[in-house]
Structures are given as structure tokens and as C-alpha cells.
Design a protein around this ligand. Structure first.
Ligand code: PRP
Ligand code: URA
Length: 212
């Protein structure tokens, strides 16, 4: 993935430790949800390194000083339903004022093509940085469709944040949207014949919401 300058694979021991537990078939809904939140916090730390900032004046108990802060109203997170919802609390723990937009998208199980069913974005999205949240970047079809939708609404500053990615998905997203910065916690081997990431973690939505 070194050929794509906009792709960051975190591959950090603490994240890898949490992903080992996340992958396990013996990890159940409560722990799964908490791990998704914690890994998202670690991804957020990295993805926010270049956020727009402003300098404010603060009165400490000792004196006044100038201090950098993340610019007000500059960030919107866009979870792709359903599984992206599990990542929102991880961002909000670190940056509670991020606005939230929702894109509803599911993969047709036969064709693997993304089907859009919902879109509600914050006012003024075209002036914000939009961070698309989806734990799984498999074929990249859902991410590309979500980003096409955001661009059609005027959004120009877009990041993608995913926990596990297949090389096929990263390659497709980085090629179709070279202007989008992609942050991935771990890169897996590939996709199986059903379009699932291997070794992966199975169906992220089902594991987060206990639907299977
Ligand atoms: C999963 C995942 C992504 C998509 C990834 O959603 O959360 O949105 O698949 O696959 P792709 O990269 O091949 O498009 P799914 O379609 O299972 O919907 P769900 O979250 O509602 O279960
Ligand atoms: N969606 C998932 O939830 N898991 C995969 O491995 C691929 C797509």
C-alpha cells in the first residue's frame, strides 16, 4: 500500500492487541462493541493530526496564553449504517462536538453492489471535513458509493476511517478517490468467495448488534 500516499495503515501493537480480541469468534456483543469504540478512539487520534485548528486565548490560573484548538463546527462524522454506528461513540469520546450525518447502505448479498437507502447530513456539510466511518472496507463498493454521495452534496474534504480492510478495497478506494485520506487499523489478506474479508471478523453489523 506504500504506492498510495493517502493511505495510513496504523499497524500499532496496542491496536493489534485489541483487534486480536475483536476477531475472535468467542468475543460477544458487549466486548465487541467496546473494542470497536476503543479502536476507533485510537484511529481518531491519528486521523485528527491534520484537522483544521484555530488559536484561542485562555486565562489559566497564572496568566493568559494562546492555545490551539480544533476549529468549531469543522468536523462531521458520517457512519455508514449499520456497522459504522459502532464507531461514533469512539470519535465523540475524544471530540464530543463532531456533528453526525448518516448514510444507509447495505451490500446486496448476491451482487455485492452497495444499495443506498438513507441519507441525512448536517447543514453546511460542504464546509466541513467529513470523516466516513465504517469498520469494514471489503470490496470498497460501499465506501466509494458513500463518498460519491458526499461529493454530490458538495463535500470536498473527506477522510475514510475503517478498522479492517482488504487490499482490494483500499486499492479501489484510493484509485477512485485519490483526494480522500484513508485511515485503516489493520490490513488483512484479502476477500473470500462471498466478498468477506479474511481472516477478518465476520459480519461487523451482526456482531455489533447481536442480530445473528
Ligand atoms: C458491511 C460493512 C460495509 C460493507 C463493506 O455492511 O459495514 O458497509 O459491508 O463491504 P464492501 O466494501 O464490499 O462494500 P453490510 O452491507 O453488511 O451492511 P450492515 O452494516 O447493515 O450489516
Ligand atoms: N462486511 C462485513 O461486515 N464483513 C466483511 O468481512 C465484509 C463486509
Amino acid at each position: 500500500m506504500k504506492k498510495f500516499k493517502n493511505v495510513t495503515i496504523l499497524d500499532h501493537p496496542l491496536i493489534n492487541h485489541k483487534i486480536a480480541i475483536l476477531r475472535s469468534v468467542d468475543t460477544h456483543t458487549k466486548d465487541f462493541r467496546e473494542l470497536v469504540e476503543e479502536i476507533t478512539m485510537l484511529l481518531t487520534y491519528e486521523a485528527f493530526k491534520d484537522v483544521p485548528t484555530q488559536v484561542v486565548e485562555v486565562q489559566t490560573p497564572l496568566e493568559k496564553c494562546k492555545q490551539e484548538m480544533v476549529s468549531e463546527n469543522s468536523i462531521a462524522v458520517i457512519p455508514v449504517l449499520r456497522a459504522g454506528l459502532g464507531m461514533v461513540s469512539g470519535v465523540h469520546t475524544l471530540f464530543p462536538t463532531a456533528k453526525v450525518g448518516h448514510i444507509g447502505m447495505y451490500r446486496d448479498e448476491e451482487t455485492l453492489q452497495p444499495q443506498e437507502y438513507y441519507c441525512k447530513l448536517p447543514d453546511g456539510i460542504e464546509k466541513k471535513r467529513a470523516i466516513v466511518l465504517d469498520p469494514m472496507l471489503a470490496t470498497g463498493g460501499s465506501a466509494c458509493a458513500a463518498i460519491n454521495l458526499l461529493k454530490s452534496k458538495g463535500c470536498r474534504d473527506i477522510h475514510q476511517m475503517s478498522i479492517i480492510a482488504a487490499p482490494e478495497g483500499v486499492e479501489r478506494l484510493a484509485t477512485e478517490h485519490p483526494d480522500v485520506r484513508i485511515f485503516v487499523a489493520v490490513l488483512d489478506r484479502g476477500l473470500n468467495e462471498n466478498g468477506y474479508i479474511v481472516p477478518g471478523l465476520g459480519d461487523a453489523g451482526d456482531r455489533l448488534f447481536g442480530t445473528k
